[in-house]
Design a protein around this ligand. Structure first.
Ligand SMILES: C[S@@+](CC[C@H](N)C(=O)[O-])C[C@H]1O[C@@H](n2cnc3c(N)ncnc32)[C@H](O)[C@@H]1O
Length: 296
């Protein structure tokens, strides 16, 4: 069943340029502050163990921009081949490399050069020879068919306008029985078309967020099975358009109509949030970061 997902009507090249520009800033100037959470505070909020964060190079941690913790669905097994789709600065890539070592390996893919360069540099610093970086797009993965045991992804799929194309690629590269273990955004109320068509709301992980029914539809269409939903984290800000969200506002629990929104976060992730959100008439009630796992 579920809710059909169609490709969004945004200009793909413009969207890619916008997202690359934004995440190049996150890679090169993480300290400058964004309209979304980054770095160690985000990692803490999302439940990554302190010891793990401490093990990572500070510059990797600083550019972390995920939306959940894919390892909360289970650690990876030694010997597995992993693809980190939209690896960013390598926050999850490096953890995955440690989990699957010594025989397993991680292919880290991202379309933003500055992010990929950080992943590579950090892998060298930590002496992880089992990390390989590849510049590429989620919609056209530079990876062989049926060659990967686990695809992990954190905060990336919502940034892609043609999600069915991405899922088909994930399906193609996974071995039979392989896992797709992701953290991403799921909304409780459909994102209005006016917001979906607003390119400025995309780079902030807002406009491309899916309903749970849409995630279900996508995965059912392709034949993914054995879905397991993980812990839901909802971030809230009582004062949507003001200062940064207080960390104490993180809430963990099952999704419900009362789950908070992240109007503030939505707004802060965008250059001129007020106007776009108002124009879109969006109340970002019930927006969650979620994790899930499917099997091929
Ligand atoms: C929100 S950041 C998350 C990065 C990383 N997963 C993390 O947790 O820190 C999204 C990343 O996805 C990459 N990205 C977005 N759309 C992409 C696409 N279509 N193909 C490849 N990478 C993409 C961006 O360049 C960016 O590095």
């Amino acid at each position: 069943m579920g809710h059909e997902v169609k490709a969004a009507q945004v200009n793909r090249d413009d969207l890619r340029a916008e997202i690359k520009a934004k995440y190049t800033e996150v890679a090169l100037e993480p300290e400058r502050g964004f309209h979304f959470h980054t770095g160690r505070p985000l990692a803490t909020m999302l439940g990554y163990p302190v010891a793990t964060v401490d093990w990572l190079p500070p510059s990797t941690v600083a550019s972390f921009a995920g939306t959940g913790n894919p390892f909360s669905m289970g650690e990876l097994r030694p010997g597995e081949t992993v693809l980190d789709l939209g690896c960013g600065a390598g926050f999850d890539t490096l953890q995955a490399a440690r989990q699957v070592a010594p025989k397993g390996r991680v292919i880290a893919i991202d379309m933003t050069e500055a992010m990929l360069a950080k992943t590579w540099a950090a892998a060298q610093q930590l002496q992880l020879p089992n990390v390989e970086t590849r510049l590429g797009y989620a919609e056209q993965l530079p990876v062989d068919d049926a060659s990967v045991d686990v695809v992990i992804s954190n905060g990336v799929i919502n940034l892609t306008p043609d999600k069915a194309a991405v899922m088909k690629e994930v399906w193609r590269v996974l071995k039979p029985g392989g896992r797709f273990q992701i953290a991403d955004i799921a909304v409780m109320k459909e994102v209005p078309q006016s917001a979906k068509d607003d390119i400025n709301l995309w780079s902030s992980c807002i406009a491309g967020a899916l309903l749970h029914d849409e995630w279900r539809w996508l995965m059912d269409e392709l034949g993914f099975r054995d879905v397991r939903w993980g812990v839901w984290r909802s971030t809230s800000s009582p004062a949507p358009f003001t200062s940064r969200m207080p960390q104490s506002s993180i809430r963990v629990g099952p999704p419900s109509a009362a789950s908070s929104v992240n109007a503030g976060q939505a707004a802060r992730r965008h250059r001129s949030p007020r106007s776009s959100l108002r124009a879109a008439r969006v109340t970002w009630r019930a927006m969650n970061c979620t994790v899930a796992q499917w099997r091929k």
